[in-house]
Ligand binder design. Sequence first.
Ligand code: ADP
Ligand code: MG
Length: 227
Amino acid sequence: MDKYEDFISTVSHELRTPLTSIRGFSQTMLESWDKISDSDKKKFLKIIEEQSVRLINLVENMLFTATNFILKDVALKPCVEAVVSVLKNRYPTRVFKIDISEKLPAVLADKDKLHQVLTNLIENAAKYSDSDITISAAQVQNLISIKVTDTGIGIDEKDYEKIFEKFSRVDNPLTRKTEGSGLGLYITKNIVEQMNGQINVTSGAGLTTFEVRLPISNLEARVRCSQ
Ligand SMILES: Nc1ncnc2c1ncn2[C@@H]1O[C@H](COP(=O)(O)OP(=O)(O)O)[C@@H](O)[C@H]1O
Ligand SMILES: [Mg+2]
């Protein structure tokens, strides 16, 4: 099997699994409505909802790699706040701390795609930990460094590179328990690099940090003007 066929077969599997489950549970409910208890109905609807979210995430991530990039000035703090307000509803038990100065220079990025990058990283932090998540940002020379930190299960150093590969998930009891396609970080890295940025991960002493570095927008503009 070549690489393309391999990709298609994995994508088909990833799409089919949630679709089969949505179809199966809705069919069962329609056919046996009167025989199913209220609590089972609720359980089935919950599964349908979860699998729809999984499908939406997958499709959104796949679409994001296929569309053009429009790089513009983006204020980071409102973007992080928008992402957090959505994730707060999805993960009501998590506390999201945002530590970003109002004075931070804008980044040069595609706003929608930056939104997707932040969603992927912050959602992972929420999925793979059960405590507070901190999103901070600071200027480092000509770049803005954005850090998403959690205090969850962590990642072994030997897996630092592997997790950015497509469809790769680290096998542990928590990943087995949580839904995921293993596509998020692969796409995240892809998007960050297409916006002239870098991404890295460090994990140890109970802290896991994903760092994204992106160019400062006004600096890029200044460089362009002087050319
Ligand atoms: N914050 C984190 N803490 C611990 N493990 C993580 C974290 N983020 C990602 N991972 C590991 O990296 C894998 C790949 O992540 P990702 O590409 O987003 O896929 P998914 O979340 O769909 O499994 C995850 O399955 C998990 O094993
Ligand atoms: Mg993920």
